[in-house]
Design a binder for this molecule. Structure first.
Ligand SMILES: NC(=O)c1ccc[n+]([C@@H]2O[C@H](COP(=O)([O-])OP(=O)(O)OC[C@H]3O[C@@H](n4cnc5c(N)ncnc54)[C@H](OP(=O)(O)O)[C@@H]3O)[C@@H](O)[C@H]2O)c1
Length: 332
């Protein structure tokens, strides 16, 4: 690992501390280095709070002549906070090193130009792939104005998510469930269908993990049926919303800066999302059980006459959870 990579690696470690707190902003960490020594560190801690560069600079008595490492290009616009480029210039930083340009049109390559115009040397594109992975959801959302959509399901080896009498607890074991709570932390919202709310009474929360509780979205064309069911766990506080179609889901996300959504089923909802083409990736947790064709399939009819018409995915990883295993897939 080169010197530049070593310090950028540290910015990734710092950035991830913002997971569950900063979205829809990206996770960003910053390190200030002089003469081979880290003299200050910072990270973006909460949405609307100081950016990582400003956080690091605020804890540094004298940054003149030092190098600032940051995983994402510094911002150059005034939003909820001041422009990071201004803070960097006035602190007397001599060099800036970052991994990824910010696709946000307010930043793009403008900040690099501003820094260089002020005599600051800029190096970019180091560990770019890792930086991209870290903020994959942010990059997708900024580029498309669509939320990053992930499907998660627990299924039997023959692809069933529940019995025909709507029993689904438990297809997989406790260790994979803990992992799912961790995953939820990385999303702005969790979405389920009306039947899942009715039959499972799911919590859809972080179960004590630190972080902002994701918004709970319930997909139903008839929210009135929940009128007398406000004792269900999803309605425990006001952090939920109904949407009545995929189109209104998209509009809601766009209007409310929902940058990522974790879709937790059931079959009707997963089918709607597969058909919509909005799915970015899937976490499929398999319990080693077979229950037969009379039960509820993870995806219902798609009306595809030929194998060539199938939706195709890339296998990203396979992870063993002891009593189950997970296949992570991404859309082709
Ligand atoms: N193993 C797992 O990972 C897992 C996860 C979740 C659920 N489950 C199981 O799955 C079963 C429920 O599955 P399910 O397929 O019956 O129900 P579901 O997907 O939870 O809900 C289906 C309902 O969602 C609404 N919906 C779906 N697509 C829609 C669209 N495009 N626009 C508007 N509304 C839409 C409709 O509600 P309205 O009819 O109200 O319009 C539809 O009837 C339960 O047994 C549950 O335990 C298993």
């Amino acid at each position: 690992m080169s010197e530049l990579e070593k310090y950028l690696d540290r910015t990734f470690e710092l950035a991830i501390k913002g997971k569950g707190f900063v979205s829809p902003n990206p996770m960003v960490g910053a390190v200030i280095v002089r003469d081979g020594q880290i003299i200050s560190e910072g990270w973006h801690k909460e949405f609307g709070g100081p950016h990582a560069e400003v956080d690091a600079l605020s804890r540094c008595k004298d940054a003149r002549g030092a190098t600032l490492y940051v995983n994402l290009a510094p911002c150059c616009h005034v939003g909820k906070t001041g422009a990071c480029t201004d803070a960097i210039i006035s602190a007397g930083i001599k060099k800036v090193v970052y991994s990824n340009s910010d696709p946000n049109p307010l930043v793009a390559d403008k900040s690099k130009q501003i820094l260089e115009d002020n005599g600051i040397e800029v190096t970019s594109g180091i560990l770019e792939n890792r930086g991209f992975e870290l903020n994959r959801k942010y990059f997708h959302w900024i580029k498309t104005n669509q939320p990053y959509v992930t499907i998660k399901a627990a299924l039997t080896l023959d692809g069933k998510i529940a019995t025909s009498s709507y029993q689904s607890k438990w297809i997989t074991g406790p260790s994979s469930r803990g992992f799912v709570h961790q995953l939820r932390k990385g999303y702005d919202a969790i979405l389920v269908g009306a039947n899942t709310v009715l039959y499972d009474d799911p919590n859809l929360g972080l179960h004590g993990l630190s972080g902002r509780e994701p918004l709970r979205i319930i997909l139903t064309s008839n929210k009135d049926k929940f009128h007398d069911l406000k004792d269900l766990t999803v309605f425990r506080d006001s952090n939920y919303v109904f949407v009545d179609s995929i189109q209104h889901f998209e509009e809601y996300c766009s209007n409310n800066a929902i940058s990522s959504v974790f879709v937790e089923g059931g079959s009707g909802v997963i089918t709607s999302f597969i058909k919509s083409g909005l799915v970015n990736d899937l976490y499929m947790f398999y319990g080693p059980k077979i229950i037969g064709s009379e039960h509820i399939s993870v995806v219902s009819e798609l009306g595809l006459p030929r194998l060539d018409d199938a939706y195709n995915f890339n296998i990203e990883s396979v992870v063993n959870f002891g009593d189950s295993f997970m296949v992570k897939l991404s859309s082709k």
